[in-house]
Design a protein around this ligand. Structure first.
Ligand code: AMP
Length: 394
C-alpha cells in the first residue's frame, strides 16, 4: 500500500518533499514553470496542515559538481512569486548549515535545498548521501513523477529512513491516469505515437498490441516501418537498426489492434525549407525530399479515429511541430483530442514533446491529463516497475 498525502498528520512535522523542479532556465529566470505549478497543490496542502516544508530537486546534469548555471535559485524565486511568500534557501543540500536551517523552520515555512546533483551521491544512490538527506525530514513525500523511473538517493535510498512516507498529489494523479485508468479504459482505446525515435517507445508498442483498438504511428518513426514494408521514403528519417524490429512489430499485431500508418506526408528538402513543401503519398516520396509532417489525408483518417475513441493516449508529435509549416498535423491531432475531451473521452498526453506541443497550441487545459514526466510516463505506461513508487510501499 502507498499512503496518500491526506492520510498523514502533518502538524508541526518537518515534511521532506522530493519535487521535480527540472525546468528550463534562461538568463537566470525560469522560462516554463509547468512543473513548478504542478506541485503547488502538494506544497500548499502541507503548509495549510501546519507542516514545515523542505523541498529537494535536481536540475539538469551538473555531474556531481556545483555549477551556478544549474542552481535552483531562479526556481526558488519563481516559487516565492507563485506562493507569494519568502522561501529559505541552502546552497548545499546536506551541509550542517542546511540541516540547521531545517531544524530552525517554523510552521508554515519552506526551505528549498540546492540542486541534489551537485553531489555524485544522488545519482549513484549513495547511502551516506541519502542518510544525510533523510535528516531533513520526519515525513517523506515523493511528488517528483519525472524521476520516478530512476533509482536515486533522493527518491529510493532516502525512503528506507522513513516510517512515515507516501506520495504527493501529483504522483497520485499521474498514477491514476497512466496506470489505473489504463487497466480498464473506456473503449475504443487509441494510442497515438510519433516523434523521431522508435527505441524509446518499443515497450509501449508491445504493451498495447492486443490491448489497444488502434495504434496510430506518425512522426519520423513511421518511416522506419514504411521502409521495412519496402516503401520508398526518399530522404526521410529512418533508423536502419530498427528495421527488423519494426517488421517484427507489424508481424506481431494481433487481436483487434489495428496498426495504422500515414497515407501521405508534407515533404521538403530539409527542415529548413518549410517554404517549399509538397504532398506525397507514403511510398512515393522522391529521393531528394523528406517527410516532415503527416499529410491532409492522414490528418483526416487519424482525426476520424480520434473522434470515435473513448480513451486516447498520445506520445510523440506527428511532425517537426517546432517549425512553422510542419506543425499542422500535430496541431490538428491536438485540436481533435481537445474536442474528444469535451465529448467525454479520457485523453492523456505523455510528457516531453507531446506536452510541449499541447502547450504550444494553447490546449493544456483542454485535455484530461498532461503528464509531467516524459521518460517516466513511457515507463509507467509500458507496465515497467517504477523504483521510486515501489519504494513508497509500506
Ligand atoms: P522523440 O523524442 O522521439 O519523441 O522525438 C521528438 C522529435 O521528433 C521532435 O523534436 C520532432 O521535431 C521530431 N520529428 C517528428 N516528426 C519528424 C519527422 N517526420 N522527421 C524528423 N523529425 C521528426
Amino acid at each position: 500500500m502507498i499512503k496518500t498525502l491526506k492520510s498523514f498528520d502533518l502538524k508541526n512535522k518537518r515534511v521532506l518533499i522530493r519535487v521535480d523542479f527540472n525546468v528550463p532556465i534562461e538568463n537566470d529566470r525560469v522560462v516554463d514553470d509547468f512543473r513548478i505549478r504542478a506541485v503547488l497543490p502538494t506544497i500548499q496542502f502541507c503548509l495549510k496542515a501546519g507542516a514545515k516544508v523542505i523541498l529537494m530537486s535536481h536540475l539538469g546534469r551538473p555531474k556531481g559538481q556545483p555549477n551556478p548555471e544549474k542552481s535552483l535559485i531562479p526556481v526558488g524565486e519563481s516559487l516565492a512569486d507563485l506562493l507569494e511568500m519568502p522561501i529559505k534557501f541552502s546552497d548545499d543540500c546536506v551541509s550542517e548549515d542546511a540541516h540547521d536551517v531545517t531544524l530552525g523552520l517554523r510552521t508554515g515555512e519552506i526551505h528549498l535545498l540546492e540542486n541534489l546533483r551537485f553531489h555524485n551521491g544522488e545519482t549513484t544512490n549513495d547511502s551516506e548521501f541519502s542518510t544525510a538527506l533523510a535528516k531533513h525530514g520526519q515525513v517523506y513525500i515523493n511528488d517528483a513523477f519525472g524521476t520516478a523511473h530512476r533509482s536515486h538517493a533522493s527518491n529510493v535510498g532516502v525512503t528506507k529512513h522513513f516510517m512515515h512516507k507516501g506520495m504527493g498529489f501529483l504522483v497520485e494523479t499521474e498514477l491514476q491516469y497512466l496506470s489505473t485508468a489504463m487497466q480498464n479504459p473506456a473503449k475504443p482505446l487509441t494510442v497515438i505515437l510519433g516523434g523521431a525515435k522508435i527505441d524509446t517507445k518499443l515497450d509501449l508498442i508491445h504493451r498495447f498490441i492486443g490491448r489497444a483498438d488502434n495504434i496510430l504511428i506518425g512522426g519520423g518513426m513511421a518511416f522506419t516501418f514504411l521502409k521495412a514494408r519496402g516503401k520508398d521514403v526518399g530522404n526521410s528519417l529512418v533508423d536502419p537498426a530498427m528495421e527488423s524490429t519494426a517488421k517484427h512489430i507489424m508481424a506481431s499485431a494481433r487481436g483487434n489492434t489495428k496498426l495504422i500508418f500515414p497515407k501521405d506526408f508534407v515533404c521538403a528538402s530539409s527542415m529548413k525549407d518549410a517554404q517549399h513543401t509538397e504532398i506525397h503519398q507514403a511510398g512515393g516520396i522522391p529521393d531528394d525530399l523528406m517527410g516532415l509532417d503527416i499529410g491532409p489525408e492522414t490528418v483526416e483518417s487519424f482525426t476520424d479515429i480520434i473522434s470515435e475513441s473513448g480513451t486516447i493516449l498520445w506520445n510523440g508529435p506527428m511532425g517537426v511541430f517546432e517549425v512553422d509549416g510542419f506543425h499542422k498535423g500535430t496541431e490538428q491531432v491536438a485540436l481533435r483530442i481537445a474536442t474528444a475531451t469535451e465529448n467525454n473521452a479520457t485523453t492523456i498526453i505523455g510528457g516531453g514533446d507531446s506536452a510541449a506541443a499541447i502547450k504550444q497550441f494553447g490546449l493544456m487545459k483542454n485535455v484530461s491529463h498532461v503528464s509531467t514526466g516524459g521518460g517516466a510516463s513511457l515507463e509507467l505506461l509500458s507496465g515497467n516497475t517504477m523504483p521510486a513508487i515501489y519504494s513508497l510501499e509500506i
